[in-house]
Design a protein around this ligand. Structure first.
Ligand code: CTP
Ligand code: CA
Length: 224
């Protein structure tokens, strides 16, 4: 493998990775966002480059150094992320959705800054659904050989929730993290189980995000 052995087992392949977290603007100075750092997505991009792939990284609001050798497309909102990912996916052999995509966005965008008024309660923020990029990718593949991978952070019944989500999304692989104490956003490490549509489960022990990324690429390569 590229990471260890220096072999380029992903050579000739184009892979698309989304990373970071979308921000959904309320007005010119405010947004609804999430705490995704983008580190897992960047690790996926770096390891894919190291293994010889052509890599498009769609980065949503990240503050990390561009991975050398990857084409980086910067986006802000879920709608922008959808457009960039679908465009890059048209000739891709795999798409990995590591980004935290906001499920909802404010129904309206105020062109001017929202002001408070003396003696007035704030107006409630009305939200609307964002498109589900992963489900759309899995449903409309440009070619049958394209492998589609999702990520999910779950609590409680982690594996059962993961299985149900994998089926609902229609993707080939779902990387499931348990959200808990030491598994904080922004950390350098991760622990996960990779669930596959064929029923297999691959546990990945707590360790660097690169190690999880290499397992994901191994499982993707096996499906090509
Ligand atoms: N995802 C996406 N588009 C969305 C929401 C999520 O493409 N609008 C992708 C994420 O990038 C991730 C996967 O779907 O790879 C799972 O995200 P998650 O938030 O766990 O799934 P949801 O279906 O939104 O379920 P939940 O209600 O638990 O948030
Ligand atoms: Ca969600």
């Amino acid at each position: 493998r590229g990471a260890e052995g220096g072999s380029a087992d992903l050579a000739g392949r184009h892979v698309v990775v989304s990373a970071g977290g979308t921000r959904e603007p309320l007005d010119p100075v405010r947004f609804l966002g999430n705490r995704s750092s983008g580190k897992q997505g960047y690790a996926l991009a770096r390891t894919a480059v190291a293994r010889g792939a052509r890599v498009t990284l769609v980065a949503a609001n990240t503050d990390l150094a561009d991975p050398a050798g990857a084409d980086v497309v910067r986006v802000g909102t879920a709608v922008q992320l959808r457009e960039a990912v679908l465009k890059a996916a048209s000739d891709a052999d795999a798409v990995v959705m590591a980004a935290a995509v906001a499920d909802f966005r404010p129904a309206t965008y105020a062109a001017g800054k929202i002001k408070k008024r003396e003696g007035q309660e704030p107006a409630p923020v009305e939200l609307v659904r964002n498109p589900d990029v992963l489900a759309e990718l899995a449903a409309d593949r440009p070619h049958a050989g394209q492998v589609v991978v999702g990520f999910a952070a779950e609590t409680d019944d982690v594996l059962a929730n993961g299985r149900a989500k994998l089926a609902r999304k229609g993707c080939d692989l779902l990387v499931v993290n348990e959200v808990g104490e030491r598994r904080t956003f922004g950390s350098e490490e991760n622990e996960a189980v990779v669930l596959a549509a064929d029923g297999t489960e691959t546990p990945v022990p707590y360790g660097p995000k690169e190690a999880l990324a290499d397992v994901v690429w191994d499982l993707v390569a096996r499906r090509w």
